[in-house]
Design a protein around this ligand. Structure first.
Ligand code: ISE
Length: 336
């Protein structure tokens, strides 16, 4: 039987998920969507068959014909909606960040621990990107021996005027925070944030770019350049340095153009192009897991830990000093 899905939030990511689920994911059926903006909800389901629009998101969670929920609404709404899914005993895939503060994520972790089973997955889709997966596999096989450093680049073409500088950490670098925890299977303990000279292309007060330096439990150093007004396009790369070699992830460009003494590849415009496969594979794995009663992908604990690291980063940004990550003990529900 198909998994009947309700999607809350039909903005950029939510609309993308509705389309991917409805057209490219096996055993998935989108039955309902909900958005504050009814017009936007209607546009998101247009041409995708019989999908109803539910005004109140909590009604969508409670609906009898909804087996599982995708939460892609504003970050501030995540906690209430994920908790409602836990109350209803329904699996939920929540977009990153799980919540804006670590306290909120911890309340979700506690609710899930009390329930005694994992129903929450967090949309850290890079865990499904074929490039990052290949790096993790190679690392596991010992191809470059022990990891020492991870250099990351995270550039967006442009951001909205006056984006809070904290969003570069909580909204963008949080992907690298999750990638580092997932690759090295250990926690990040300390974060330092440097502010290079501000780009003259930034509209408003945003401190852009930023350079984060993070340390893991075993002493691996992870540096992340976040630059959200880089102008030329979307560019996400990483190079892991091991004891005997390096592993790099770059944009998987489809076509190499050779013409009058030049050789070039295109740069994509945003993350939906760059990570289209990752999003599809993430949704496919989530649906396959729901169908057999298993939680897949990043857990609520991963969401909490990433938010706690982002919080330490924001403190480091504000104070100009290194900041220690505070984590509560990990409940046994998340030990595997
Ligand atoms: C956005 O929300 C994402 O998740 C993208 O992957 C990231 O590159 C972008 O900076 C965020 O705003």
């Amino acid at each position: 039987m198909d998994v009947r899905i309700g999607v809350i939030g039909t903005g950029v990511m939510g609309a993308d998920h509705v389309r991917t689920l409805a057209t490219s994911v096996r055993r998935a059926e989108v039955v309902a969507v909900s958005d504050l903006d009814q017009e936007r909800a209607r546009a998101a389901v247009a041409g995708l068959g019989d999908i109803r629009i539910v005004e109140k998101p909590t009604d969508l969670v409670a609906a009898e014909d909804v087996d599982a929920v995708v939460v892609a609404s504003h970050d501030d709404t995540h906690e209430e909606l994920v908790l409602a899914c836990l109350d209803a005993g329904k699996p939920v895939l929540c977009e990153k960040p799980l919540t804006p503060t670590s306290d909120g994520s911890l309340r979700i972790v506690s609710a899930e621990r009390d329930l005694g089973r994992r129903l929450v997955s967090v949309g850290f889709m890079r865990r499904y990107d074929p490039g990052y997966v290949a790096v993790k596999d190679a690392l596991r096989q010992g191809t470059v021996d022990a990891p020492l450093m991870l250099h990351c680049v995270h550039r967006n073409a442009e951001a909205r005027p006056n984006l809070p500088s904290s969003a570069l950490i909580a909204g963008s670098a949080i992907h690298e925070i999750d990638v580092a925890r997932w690759l090295f299977e250990e926690e990040i303990t300390r974060v330092t944030v440097h502010r290079p000279r501000r780009s003259g292309r930034v509209v408003g007060e945003t401190s852009d770019p930023l350079l984060l330096v993070m340390e893991t439990t075993s002493g691996v150093l992870v540096d992340v350049e976040v630059f959200v007004n880089a102008q030329y396009g979307y560019d996400v790369r990483a190079e892991l340095v091991g004891e005997t070699g390096t592993l790099s992830v770059d944009d998987p460009a489809a076509v190499v153009l050779r013409t009058t003494r030049s050789r070039s590849t295109a740069v994509v415009q945003d993350w939906r192009d760059r990570f289209a496969d990752a999003y599809r594979l993430e949704l496919q794995d989530w649906v396959a897991g729901v169908a057999v009663g298993q939680q897949r992908g990043a857990t609520a604990w991963d969401g909490y830990a990433a938010t706690a690291v982002a919080e330490a980063g924001i403190r480091a940004l504000e104070t100009g000093s290194p900041s220690t990550v505070h984590l509560e003990p990990r409940p046994s529900l998340y030990h595997d």
